[in-house]
Design a protein around this ligand. Structure first.
Ligand code: GLU
Length: 313
């Protein structure tokens, strides 16, 4: 065992302990009614190092709604399906706007700024859907999640999907607006059905950290040996995560944590320390930008103590 092992174990345990006692936990998302039922006292963390060792604390085995973290994996799939042609339909610049904003879409003729804001992720889902039935496309997304996490038990939380299907009026507006610019190829209800369901995939911190390993190790899961994407593509997905993964809080996340990361309104964050670790944290309370409040603080502590920022130790 190398020197870093006991260190990381201690750091993860200290963070879980610190987060357990905090009273300022942010606000749980309520605009998807099913998400409002989650216990705001939950906190989980899982870190998987380059050797595949798992360091975990708190509720690291409890499945939660990954929501927008699924967008990292749909981006990976869509790039695999149509390659760089995807970038004609969606940009890769930070938006500086909230996750569900519609204003930029009008100025930019229906082409979303990046694949992680809702409009961009809906366009990415539409690219995956083309040539398939919604059920097949969703099956492909779920199987891909299970493949990268090396875990066939991962499922979709149907109650969360149905909840968003009933109340996702903003996303309906975004999709219809893009459709008017011919950015979407498929019927809006089909594309949104797949989108709402992949956002409703439920995973634990440990499963999510497993799923992110290929991004930490040049496109390949070092334990299974499976190559998911080429090294260049892994680097580029990480770059988009760094610039756009936290919506209009992306600058703050880079400043404080210094790693590529993607948040979801379920309170999860997947963060990648290239060459070192894949990290997942979860705490359902969100900050004003819709990103996990304690999740970000936990990652800030982790990267500071481990010297893992991509900008230097
Ligand atoms: N399904 C959510 C929505 O479309 C995802 C948002 C998020 O996780 O940031 O509103």
């Amino acid at each position: 065992m190398d020197q870093a092992t006991p260190d990381l174990d201690r750091v993860v345990k200290d963070i879980a302990e610190d987060m357990r006692g905090r009273t300022d936990r942010g606000e749980v998302a309520t605009y998807i009614p099913e998400l409002a039922r989650v216990d705001p006292r939950a906190f989980g963390i899982a870190v998987i190092d380059a050797e595949g060792r798992v360091f975990a604390g708190g509720d690291s085995e409890t499945p939660f709604s990954i929501q927008s973290i699924s967008k990292v994996f749909t981006l990976t799939l869509a790039l695999g399906k149509i390659g760089d042609r995807l970038w004609r339909r969606v940009g890769r610049e930070p938006s500086g706007s909230p996750f569900n904003s519609i204003v930029q879409l009008e100025y930019e003729k229906g082409r979303p700024r990046n694949p992680f804001i809702n409009a961009g992720a809906i366009a990415v889902t539409d690219a995956i859907l083309s040539g398939h039935q919604p059920r097949e496309a969703l099956g492909d997304i779920l199987r891909f999640m299970q493949f990268v996490a090396d875990d066939s038990s991962i499922t979709i939380d149907e109650a969360v999907a149905a909840s968003e299907q009933r109340t996702g009026f903003r996303n309906v507006a975004l999709a219809n607006y893009m459709k008017s610019f011919d950015v979407l190829e498929n019927p809006v209800p089909y594309t949104l059905g797949v989108y709402f369901h992949h956002c409703a995939i439920a995973m634990s911190c440990r499963q999510l950290a497993m799923a992110g390993r290929f991004l930490a190790h040049l496109g390949r899961n070092p334990s299974t040996g499976f190559s998911v994407v080429q090294p260049e593509r892994a680097r580029r997905i990480n770059a988009v995560m760094l610039m756009c993964g936290h919506y209009d809080g992306s600058g703050e996340f880079a400043y404080r944590v210094g790693l590529p990361g993607k948040s979801g309104v379920g309170g999860g964050i997947l963060a990648i320390a290239p060459g070192k670790a894949s990290i997942a944290v979860w705490s359902p309370g969100l900050d004003a930008n819709g990103n996990s409040h304690l999740g970000r603080i936990a990652l800030e502590q982790l990267t500071r103590r481990m010297g893992w920022s991509v900008f230097g130790a």
